[in-house]
Design a protein around this ligand. Structure first.
Ligand SMILES: [Zn+2]
Length: 448
């Protein structure tokens, strides 16, 4: 029996918080109403939320689960488990695996694997290369989240620097184009300058000077220019600088607003003073930059210039992260703590819980045209998360579900905790316990 009646919940949905109940039956939200239920309850298991907050499951539009081929770092089973423990019920996963997902056939193999092992709902991006335009053109936007283009290098070499190939991708992608923007020629020049000074021992604190504001701005500006020219649905991933904000317009109507931006947890949480404390554990591409950049990104979300909050969850083995600057790969795990980290900003009065839900649940659903998810409304899939806003705890290695077994947030004190997570109406996580029999579904998308 997977029918639930969740009562006494502070339901956060579409900009308001209402105390009431939600009835879930057959994987679908059947009723949402204020007050106490008038419906028959003997057909459903009653969960008394006791005033805790009920929010739509988080939709994370940017994760790297490393499968196939890089499974010493992470795998779909482990990371999807961490995701549901963190209140993330749907993820969109990136193509820089091994082999990279650059054909529809390779992409379908990832869906098949996820169907076997994923505890959360899933979609996978097709990777763009200089020569797979035919695959891109054949991508069905109703069954895939989008195309990922690296205009700048990161883990796995999928960078498209050929201007002709790049322009064709912008012109012809039938699906949303999600882009990593960093200008590689600027980065290489900056790196060479630092190598002259430090040789092989470049301090990690130089990372934001090497992967500089200029490198981000130039590349993002070029992407915006190409998108305007070709009317592309462009989503710029992990915006990391105050300066890039001028490239985005305010607004939340994604039928009109075709150029959108993502902010990532680490860029909203850390700033450059943290390199001393955390070292290479907070080495990301694009780099964590100044406190001014961090605050500007938060403001960009508040004024709807930036549209979604995601993780760029990108685990590496701890040994890999303990190399010297040049050898240490960029990226870190985040999907288990993205929601509680943003709720911490609610405790600090920098965000409201309604805004967190807007940017982590509603906006990714609307922007990607996800079918029937991301809201607490009758007829929607029952992806739900119950959050205790008054529960103090410290992130420790013991409580992590990541395969890599470490987190850049170890030692952080949080005041909120995810207590229950439902995926398609199935209770997959409850107070630290999992139902590992639950499987997520392949996400579907509305036609544009
Ligand atoms: Zn990424």
């Amino acid at each position: 029996m997977d029918n639930y009646l969740i009562i006494n919940a502070r339901i956060v949905n579409q900009g308001s918080v209402v105390t009431g109940f939600v009835l879930v039956r057959g994987g679908v939200i059947r009723a949402v109403a204020p007050g106490a239920p008038q419906v028959e309850t003997d057909q459903a298991e009653v969960i008394d939320a006791g005033g805790k907050y009920l929010i739509p499951g988080v939709i994370d539009d940017h994760v790297h689960f490393r499968e196939p081929g890089l499974t010493h770092k992470a795998e779909i089973a482990t990371e999807s488990k961490a995701a549901v423990a963190g209140g993330v019920t749907t993820y969109m996963e990136m193509p820089n695996t091994s082999p990279p997902a650059v054909t529809i056939a390779e992409l379908e193999q990832k869906y098949a694997r996820a169907a076997e092992v994923s505890l959360a709902n899933y979609s996978f991006y097709l990777g763009a290369t200089a020569d797979n335009i035919r695959e891109i053109k054949n991508l069905d936007p109703a069954s895939h989240c989008g195309v990922k283009l690296f205009m700048g290098s990161s883990t796995g070499n999928m960078m498209v620097n050929n201007p002709g190939a790049r322009e064709r991708i912008f012109a012809e992608s039938p699906a949303l184009l999600a882009v990593h923007c960093e200008d590689d020629s600027i980065i290489r020049r900056n790196l060479a300058a630092q190598e002259k000074v430090f040789g092989e021992n470049i301090p990690i604190g130089m990372h934001p000077q090497i992967r500089s504001e200029e490198a981000c701005f130039r590349s993002s500006a070029l992407a915006v220019e190409l998108a305007r020219k070709h009317q592309t649905r462009l989503h710029i991933l992990h915006v990391s600088t105050a300066r890039e904000l001028e490239l985005f317009e305010k607004g939340t109507d994604f039928e009109k607003k075709k150029i959108t931006g993502e902010a990532c947890i680490h860029h909203l949480w850390f700033h450059d003073a943290d390199y001393e404390r955390k070292g290479s554990l907070i080495k990301w591409n694009p780099a964590v930059k100044t406190a001014g950049d961090r605050d500007a990104l938060l403001n960009g979300l508040l004024e709807d210039r930036l549209d979604v909050i995601a993780t760029d969850h990108a685990p590496h083995a701890i040994e890999e992260k303990q190399n010297n600057y040049s050898e240490t790969p960029s990226g870190g795990p985040m999907v288990q703590h993205s929601l509680v980290a943003m709720l911490e900003l609610v405790h600090r009065k920098k965000l409201t819980i309604e805004k967190v839900v807007e940017k982590m649940c509603h906006a990714p659903a609307k922007l990607f045209r996800v079918k029937a998810r991301g809201f607490i409304l009758p007829g929607y899939r029952a992806d739900l998360v119950l959050v205790d806003m008054e529960s103090e705890w410290t992130v420790s290695r013991r409580g992590l579900y990541y395969k890599c077994g470490w987190s850049p947030l170890e030692g952080e004190l949080f005041h909120s905790q995810v207590t229950h997570t439902w995926v398609n109406g199935k209770l997959v996580f409850m107070n630290g316990m999992f139902n590992e029999m639950v499987r997520g579904e392949r996400v579907e998308f509305e036609e544009g």
